[in-house]
Design a protein around this ligand. Structure first.
Ligand code: HEC
Ligand code: HEC
Ligand code: HEC
Ligand code: HEC
Length: 377
């Protein structure tokens, strides 16, 4: 998603950006609410923010959003509170370097001292070696001149949460309401395990950069322990569903419209539904089965991210929380009980409103399931 984080590439972000700011291909776009340069770009298109432009199609580096250079020029995280006491977000929370920042850097100094100039790297065999632009001089590769890209070792920035927090800690809307707070959630958990251990695991010897989250079904499947016990109880069935959040942040975390829906269905021997926990959306008919971050107006009614003036109820699983949902199911004729956990990137209301979005972004994603055969009970 980093490679698709700009309003040119991410259809969900683009929908909101066009609504609160404007056309991502125009210069001089400002936030409609404040008349200021769109803060969104400090995180979603950091190279454009660096050049103070809003015309995101002017250069690949802008439309690419959080690209290699965006992360690998962050030198030091200064925290989210600026000297003036105001929040400094994304790029603004970091000291930026012109040198590429890397977990260890290009430690070729000693080999240069002992063997003379070492301008090569990238391949084990001599005839495949490509010139290395990170050693202090411009190089030519396949007829193209690559400028010198000096590199610096910076493990304190690259091997810790500092690499993520400027953009992922917390973000408030203009009314001071936190729209996301992965960082605050993480602090609550008191864990010592950093973001990279899960989001950048070692794969084939290097740190995997795919950084899965809510758009990645396999990552979502890993996020939860889900199990169901069904026991007969005086002609009825009691179903106990265990939900355990495996993360040191909430489940779901991130953008406020991420949500989880739990579905319990009882089937007869013919595979027909004879009971379910919620006939319509569980937010209405079975609130315990709806895990979401609430944003409200001053009267406590649900509100959109830019307009919310207060936090509503937060029914998501807290860091490492274990929760049991219980149901009494009429036992008559039940052959099978099936429990399902669905993840949604967007609130149901937004799914209905944003008809232009592709189905893979709006359809519920099954992240866990459990079935119990109860014939004869
Ligand atoms: C979201 C931030 C982010 C982006 C975007 C990003 N990186 Fe990284 N990269 C990191 C972090 C953090 C590490 C350090 C991981 C570690 O050592 O634990 C790293 C490590 C690396 C390493 C060293 C890998 C290793 O295991 O030794 C290379 C090489 C690298 N990045 C190249 C790239 C390239 C090329 C791109 C663009 C295609 C890119 N990075 C985009 C954050 C990022
Ligand atoms: C310069 C800002 C920036 C930095 C630094 C950054 N991210 Fe992100 N990250 C973003 C943005 C913006 C998105 C959202 C892209 C979108 O959905 O439009 C994102 C998306 C993600 C997602 C995917 C969310 C989804 O919807 O699927 C994960 C996971 C993630 N980042 C983890 C990390 C980790 C771990 C680090 C530190 C190694 C990191 N990020 C560093 C800005 C950043
Ligand atoms: C124990 C492993 C683990 C650790 C540690 C961890 N995460 Fe996650 N993270 C996950 C899993 C699994 C998901 C998918 C489920 C979810 O969205 O909560 C996820 C989801 C996310 C998302 C996706 C949100 C979205 O809107 O799609 C972001 C962003 C994120 N994590 C950031 C972080 C940051 C920042 C840290 C460090 C402060 C961190 N994570 C630490 C496992 C982890
Ligand atoms: C502090 C950094 C930051 C700022 C500022 C920021 N965002 Fe984000 N935004 C993120 C990150 C990180 C994610 C993805 C992970 C998550 O869900 O937390 C994200 C995700 C989103 C998503 C969900 C995208 C998807 O693919 O589902 C939308 C929509 C969004 N942002 C809109 C905006 C808008 C509009 C603005 C400006 C008014 C803005 N953001 C400002 C960091 C930021």
């Amino acid at each position: 998603m980093h490679a698709s984080s700009s309003a040119i590439k991410d259809p969900i972000h683009a929908t909101f950006y066009k609504n609160v700011a404007g056309d991502p291909t125009q210069e001089g776009v400002v936030l409609k609410a404040s008349g200021k340069y769109p803060v969104c770009l400090q995180c979603h298109a950091p190279n454009a923010a660096r050049d103070k432009t809003t015309k995101l199609d002017a250069m690949p580096a802008y439309s690419e959003g959080v690209n290699c250079i965006a992360c690998h020029t962050l030198k030091k995280f200064n925290g989210l509170t600026g000297a003036d006491g105001k929040m400094q977000l994304g790029l603004k929370s970091y000291e930026i370097s012109d040198k590429i920042q890397a977990p260890t850097g290009m430690n070729r100094g000693l080999s240069k001292l002992s063997q003379g100039s070492d301008m090569f790297g990238g391949s084990a065999t001599d005839d495949e070696q490509k010139p290395n632009p990170h050693l202090g001089e411009a190089v030519t590769v396949d007829g193209v001149e690559i400028p010198s890209l000096p590199m610096e070792g910076n493990p304190k920035q690259l091997k810790t949460n500092d690499a993520c927090m400027g953009c992922h800690d917390k973000r408030n809307n203009p009314h001071g309401v936190a729209l996301c707070q992965t960082g605050d959630e993480y602090s609550l958990s008191k864990t010592n395990v950093n973001c990279l251990s899960c989001h950048m695991p070692i794969n084939n010897g290097v740190a995997d950069h795919s950084m899965g989250g809510g758009h990645d079904q396999s990552m979502l499947k890993r996020s939860i322990v889900f199990d169901m016990e069904v026991t007969p109880n005086a002609g009825k069935l009691t179903a106990n569903l265990l939900l355990k959040n495996q993360q040191p942040h909430s489940l779901p975390t991130g953008a406020p419209f991420r949500n989880i829906v739990v579905k319990v269905t009882a089937y007869n021997a013919a595979g027909e539904t004879i009971w379910s926990n919620a006939a319509d959306h569980p937010a209405k008919s079975d609130p315990q089965a709806y895990l979401a971050y609430g944003l409200t107006d001053s009267e406590g009614k649900p509100a959109s991210p830019p307009e919310a003036t207060a936090l509503g109820e937060d029914t998501r699983l807290k860091p490492f929380e274990e929760r049991t949902l219980s149901y009494e199911i009429p036992g008559e004729g039940v052959a099978l009980v099936r429990g399902e956990v669905f993840y949604n990137l967007l609130w149901d209301g937004l799914v209905k409103k944003f008809k232009h979005l592709p189905a893979d972004l709006t359809a519920p994603v099954l992240i866990a399931e459990s079935e119990k055969d109860v014939t004869g009970s």
